[in-house]
Each structure stands twice: as C-alpha cells, then as structure tokens.
Design a protein around this ligand. Sequence first.
Ligand code: OGA
Ligand code: MN
Length: 292
Amino acid sequence: MELVPLGPGFGVEVKGVSMLDVASDAEAYKAVRAAFETHSLLVFRDQLIADDIQVAYSRAFGPLELTKVASLGANSFYSRLTNIGENGEIVPPDHRQVLVAQANALWHTDSSFKKTPALASVLTARVLPGADGDTEFTSTRLAWDRLPANLQGRLKDAVATHSYANSRDQIHPDLANAEERKALPPVRWRLNWRNPTNDRRALYVASHAYAIDGMDDRDARQLLAQLLDEATRREFVYVHKWRQGDAVMWDNRAMLHRGRPWDYTRERSMIRTTISATDADGLNEVKPPVLH
Ligand code: OGA
Ligand code: MN
C-alpha cells in the first residue's frame, strides 16, 4: 500500500489496495483503517464501482447506517444523491432533490443530527456532470489544534445542539418536512470529539449545530459561525475533483465537507454508504454528561 498526500495536512490517495481488498482481506483492512485514523480522508481511484462492493467495503469499518426517512434510499444502506427524478428525467432547479444538493453545499459533517452519529461516509461517483460539482473537505482536527488554548479550554466540555431542520431551514422553510422534523428531534454532542486511537481532538461542528448549553442563543450562533469560518478558510481546504471510478471516504468525527454547485440541467448522481460510530470510536465521550 502506498499513501500519497492530498490536502493541507490531511487526506491521502490510497494506492495498491482496492476497496475489494479491504472487504476481503483482514490485513488490507487493518492498513487502510490505520490510514483512516491518521489521515481522516481517503481517496481511491480507478475502482470497480458497484453497490455491493461499496457495502462490503464500508461494512468492514463498523455497523452501517440506514438512510433516514424522506431521503432517496430511505431505510436502506444506500443514500442516493442525484438530480434524476422518479421517471428518469433531470428534475427542475427548484425541485426538492436540487434543494437537498444545496443543503449539502453548507459545510457539515454527516449525521450529527442523528441519535447515533456517523463514524465515516463512503461516497462514489456514478454519473458526473462534466464540470464542477466538486466536493470540498477540511480537517476539524487541525482546526481544533489552531484554536487558542483558552478557547480550547472553554470548548473542551461544551455541548452543542444539532438538528436536521437547522441546516435545511437555511435553504428553504419547507425542505425539512413534517415527517423528518418528527423523526429527527434535536440531539446534543460535545463540541469536540477525541479519537481514542491517537488521542487527537477535533472540533465537532456543522451546519446542523445551533445552540450551546449555558450560552445565549445569539452568542452561540455567532461563535459556531466563527468556528466554522475559521475551520474552512480557503488555505485549509482540499477540493476533490471527481473522476469516474473514484471512491472517497472521510472521518465524520474529524472532517467538514460540502458539495459544490454544478449546472443542475446536467446529471450528477452519487451513492453514499455511512458507518455509524460506536463506543470504540469515542462515541461514549462525545455524548454530553447526563444532567441530574
Ligand atoms: C454527502 C455529501 C456532497 C457531494 O454525500 O454526504 O455531502 O458533493 N456530498 O455530493
Ligand atoms: Mn454530507
């Protein structure tokens, strides 16, 4: 296995080991898992892209998440991100599926709004629009390291509230529907997530986060916006330009990502699988203390 550095201080292209190798060979899995813990973002090029290979690869890392209600692929292991509608047509630019893409264009980490947040996501390109539609990544581990010590101290045990509706409301008031609002009530997580394998902390923020325990709501929103802005400064971002055959995996504990816009009259179709966090991934620590 060879690891080729990609981003500013994070991310590698994995060469010499395929997704299929990881799915079928414990040694290959071990090596790739170690690279994941260290580098947070893995890019595989020229892969055989197929649903069952993607699931077999993802499953090696932990339990798979089921896609939430009202999403394409709901209740399956697959999350379909596409501007192709039910009848195979390109949907109009005001269609819910395009609004979903626009919500994905806000800096976020996947599933921080769920009762069990995500360890990792695996995204594969199925149909690319020919130009644009890049995906951008930044390391919240490095963002945490850049924070002044006094702010790290303040945020070490701080707890933020995340909700699905909070990010969708920034795009359109009806984008999160009644079913989603009901199924996905707000959840609370510590503002940093310690990786138990290497002790590195990462800032845990997202477009889904909006309140901080014990802080005035306006001050909290302002602080969260500042933390996001600082984490995602241009020089700290890796831009992934998709090619056919690409699979990208990221650590949702230590990365923010966003999809970039494209010409929505052209097809862009991607499939994501998502691995749930477990206690071995530090889930027990990101949970806030129980209040008595
Ligand atoms: C995702 C996501 C962005 C993109 O799959 O979780 O945010 O560029 N994707 O498709
Ligand atoms: Mn996402």
